[in-house]
Design a protein around this ligand. Structure first.
Ligand code: SF4
Length: 442
């Protein structure tokens, strides 16, 4: 067995985990292929956060059943949160599967794939000590490197399956992370995004998250630093000061709110109130001028009344996020909220979601329109997806900027004047640096 096809679902943590798996496999002599038809083994790296994500993977396994019927030696595996969530049940349910491997089993992937060629294998033991800090991921192309700094979660929000699928929180040693960032910069990456379920609760026993930001800020060749997602209860003064004082740390925070009703926040066990959250936003905005702010919201949590929902609409109008990821509540087996009776119909969840999307789109469009006429610094990523004759990149606030192609190479910082805007994108014209004025001689 030599060639592996790896397909990723879900969040950036999963994308980073796939890069980790790719590194493990390549070091063991496997090669990665971009086509399942060419593979000796297929691994789906899955997500369990919403039922819909699991349904997509089950559908995809149907496609691979047909491939396997033609090539019975093909090994098919499921990795990640869905593997951990459903465990051996997956092997029983799906006759196409040979391997189920949870998020703490990736170090053993080469050996597991070899064993799975002979008999079905499940490796779903959670390991409190596994951080993969010593393993080098095989990063994809681009200007942005995703670096997992922490695994698991200790918060146990009542709707969330992550603490059960990824285990308890543990942080990678700061020295390993600095080495990873240095290597990424040496390979040409210009931006690093630190990843963790509650990234700002990072602590390796000696250093906290503010120390990590300051250490990364001191690295030569790195242009930008971002992180996702912080927990509002853990945003302290040290973090805010590090953001304000480190020029390479971007003025951008994705700060999940989930609901603006204290009653719902308590039922979700989010461990903060709206007042606390409001205070965090104020301190961040006071310390970091031009802060880009985004969030996650869940509508239709069990017990959410019309009044609770209105509070969320009102607060979102007050705080004016640059953007928001908005979701309908999806009950997940094994979580505490799964035991709560659902009080909001699917139809009503849909109505609330549509209303919030419309409201947020209008706010995003207004905020982006305020950028027209101003200059932004863009880290160029390459040709725009829809209009390849144009270039695209992100502003420090993580806004997508598109501007006419002028040969600027990916990984370069470019000043762009904003000449138009939609709710999603800033449209720009590259600023030509003024020629130095010649002083008259004599
Ligand atoms: S903080 Fe809450 S929502 Fe986020 S991963 Fe942990 S349990 Fe899930």
């Amino acid at each position: 067995m030599k060639r592996v096809f790896l397909e990723t679902y879900g969040c950036q943590m999963n994308v980073a985990d796939s890069e980790l798996m790719a590194g493990v496999l390549e070091r063991a002599g496997f090669t990665l292929t971009g086509r399942p038809e060419d593979a000796d083994a297929i691994v789906l790296n899955t997500c369990a956060i919403r039922e819909h994500a699991e349904q997509r993977v089950l559908g995809r396994l149907g496609d691979f059943a047909r491939l396997k019927a033609a090539r019975p030696g093909l090994v098919v595996g499921v990795a990640g949160c869905m593997a951990q969530h459903l465990r051996a049940k997956l092997l029983d349910q799906s006759r196409v599967l040979d391997l189920v491997v949870g998020p703490d089993g990736y170090r053993h992937l080469p050996e597991l794939l070899r064993r799975a060629a002979d008999e079905p294998v499940a490796h779903v033991r959670l390991d409190r000590d596994e951080t993969y800090g010593d393993l080098e991921p095989r990063r994809g192309d681009g200007v942005r490197a995703w670096v997992t700094i922490q695994r698991g979660c200790d918060k146990f929000c009542t709707y969330c399956v992550v603490p059960y699928t990824r285990g308890r929180e543990r942080s990678l040693p700061l020295a390993d992370l600095v080495r990873q960032v240095r290597e990424a910069v040496a390979r040409g990456f210009r931006e690093v995004v630190f990843l963790g379920q509650t990234v700002n609760s990072y602590h390796d026993g000696t250093h906290d998250f503010a120390d990590l930001l300051r250490a990364a800020n001191a690295l030569e060749g790195l242009l930008r630093i971002r992180y996702t997602s912080p927990h509002p209860a853990d945003v302290g003064e040290r973090l805010i000061a590090a953001m304000a004082e480190c020029p390479r740390v971007c003025p951008q925070v994705h700060l999940p709110l989930q609901s603006a009703s204290d009653r719902v926040l308590e039922a979700m066990r989010r461990t903060y109130t709206l007042d606390h959250y409001r205070g965090v936003v104020k301190r961040l905005r006071d310390a970091i001028p031009g802060l880009g702010l985004s969030t996650d919201i869940i509508v239709g949590f069990p017990g959410e009344t019309e009044e609770d929902f209105e509070r969320t609409c009102d607060y979102m109008a007050e705080v004016r996020y640059d953007s928001a990821f908005l979701f309908k509540y999806s009950a997940r087996p094994d979580t505490r909220a799964h035991r709560l009776p659902e009080t909001v119909s699917e139809e009503e969840k849909g109505r609330r979601l549509t209303r919030l999307i419309d409201q947020q789109q209008a706010i995003s469009a207004e905020i982006n329109a305020e950028w027209i006429g101003r200059e932004v610094e863009v880290l160029v990523e390459g040709p725009a997806r829809r209009t390849p004759e144009q270039l695209t990149g992100k502003s420090p606030q993580f806004k997508t900027v598109v501007f006419p192609g002028d040969g600027t190479r990916p990984g370069t910082l470019r000043r762009v004047r904003v000449v138009g805007a939609t709710s999603q994108t800033l449209l720009g014209a590259a600023v030509v640096a003024a020629a130095p004025r010649l002083l008259p001689i004599g």
